[in-house]
Design a protein around this ligand. Structure first.
Ligand code: UD1
Ligand code: UDP
Length: 364
């Protein structure tokens, strides 16, 4: 038996860990311990996804909660170390680029346990993003790296990672999308919210560069004030974003928009169905850039860079500067050219990435 600790902690981790847990169980050669760090903890940022995606209940929840970058990372490390010492795994597996990823990665390698990173090699080349630091550091200390797109392999080669250490396997986030696409059709979110297909845009925002900096966020809100005159905006708001605007002038402006529907974060199946039927998506999420590419829905990424360039080269994604003018210009452009006839499915985004990963680990 290969003993492996699988780590998850924040919303996007749950979509990535779900197919991996399934693939390890189906393979039969793994003994897993699922650790939830507790980085995200609200019902609709965490437990909901375990139910919907049939993820086994975590064996351990470290319950670290929120904190500054240093406090959160340190707290995960402190609480994760005894778990690794107790279980004595062959591997620790981490996904994505959140604080839980680097924190558990560091603990593993310092205890001499081999580290696996799923979604390795992605680079925004913007070190002001906490996620970019997490990506670079996690890849540097990983023994086995699994990559979603060619740019990730190119980046790892450029950084001197030996070829035998990394594998281009496809995208576990897309495994989850493919496994749930049919199920999402049963969502009643459109009727619940009185929305017609293609008559609305979906918004998500949570990057500190957009929502901690209220001057930037104001530019975005100004654009939404214009766009909502034309099309309904559905905005499941991330808790970071909600907390930031509470009590500010922007809170009032968001609530005053007649055609902007503010929601709490919604479950995966509802969100997948919302995106599938949207005329467009405006976001700063990483995963949503990939999901819209597969769904064929135009995506405006409100960022200066992306670590997922394949979604632009082959998909439906475009980068938009954080100015009111650029957001409006790109919105108009999409309205004028709604079809993405050139969009194609990136290589190996076929729903089988987790199976490949399990097989490669088993063959080590
Ligand atoms: C984190 C990740 C980010 C990822 C995002 C996905 C890092 C550095 N950032 O950002 O890469 O894209 O998750 O959503 O790891 N909060 C709640 N309830 C929760 C969780 C958070 O109210 O269940 C609030 C707290 O006020 C917290 C804030 O949101 O301080 C930010 O949470 P945190 O996990 O630190 O960062 P995210 O912005 O969620
Ligand atoms: N998502 C969701 N409900 C929401 C918003 C997003 O289920 O209200 C899903 C989305 O489909 C994707 C994941 O959450 O699978 C992306 O997470 P997030 O944007 O928080 O993180 P990022 O990908 O930016 O790290």
């Amino acid at each position: 038996m290969i003993k492996i600790i699988c780590v998850c902690g924040a919303r996007p981790n749950f979509m990535k860990i779900a197919p991996l847990m399934r693939a390890f169980a189906a393979h039969g050669g793994f003994e897993t311990l699922l650790v939830h760090t507790g980085q995200h903890y609200d019902e609709n940022m965490s437990r909901l996804f375990f139910d919907e995606l049939n993820i086994p209940k975590p064996d351990v929840n470290l319950e670290v909660g929120s904190g500054s970058q240093a406090v959160q990372t340190a707290e995960v490390m402190k609480r994760f170390e005894p778990i690794v010492q107790d279980f004595q795994p062959n591997y620790v597996l981490v996904v994505g680029d959140v604080n839980s990823t680097i924190a558990c990665g560091l603990v593993a390698v310092k205890l001499g346990v081999k580290l696996i990173h799923v979604e390795a090699g992605l680079r925004s080349f913007d070190r002001a993003m906490p996620e970019e630091i997490n990506r670079v550091l996690t890849d540097t200390i990983s023994d086995l790296l699994f990559v979603t797109e060619q740019s990730g392999c190119d980046n790892l080669v450029h950084e001197g990672v030996p070829a035998e250490r990394f594998h281009f396997v496809g995208n576990v986030m897309i495994d989850t999308l493919m496994a749930n696409r049919e199920k999402a059709k049963n969502s009643d979110i459109l009727s619940r919210m009185n929305l017609d297909p293609k008559s609305y845009a979906v918004i998500t925002l949570h990057r500190p560069s957009n929502v901690d900096n209220l001057e930037m966020f104001e530019r975005i809100i100004s654009a939404f004030e214009q766009i909502q005159k034309d099309i309904k905006l559905v905005f499941p708001i991330h808790p970071r974003t909600l907390n930031n605007i509470k009590g500010t002038e922007l809170d009032g402006r968001v609530k005053a928009m007649e055609n902007l529907i503010l929601l709490e974060p919604v479950g995966y199946l509802d969100f997948l169905w919302l995106m599938s039927n949207a005329a467009l998506v405006m976001t700063d999420s990483g995963g949503i850039q990939e999901e819209t590419t597969i769904l064929g829905v135009p995506c405006m990424t409100l960022r200066e860079n992306t670590e997922r360039p394949v979604t632009i080269d082959q998909g439906t994604n475009r980068l938009v500067h954080i100015t009111t003018e650029d957001i409006l210009k790109n919105y108009q452009d999409i309205c004028n050219n709604p079809n993405h006839d050139n969009a194609s499915v990136p290589k190996l985004w076929d729903g089988k990435a987790a199976e490949r990963i399990a097989q490669i680990i088993a063959n080590q």
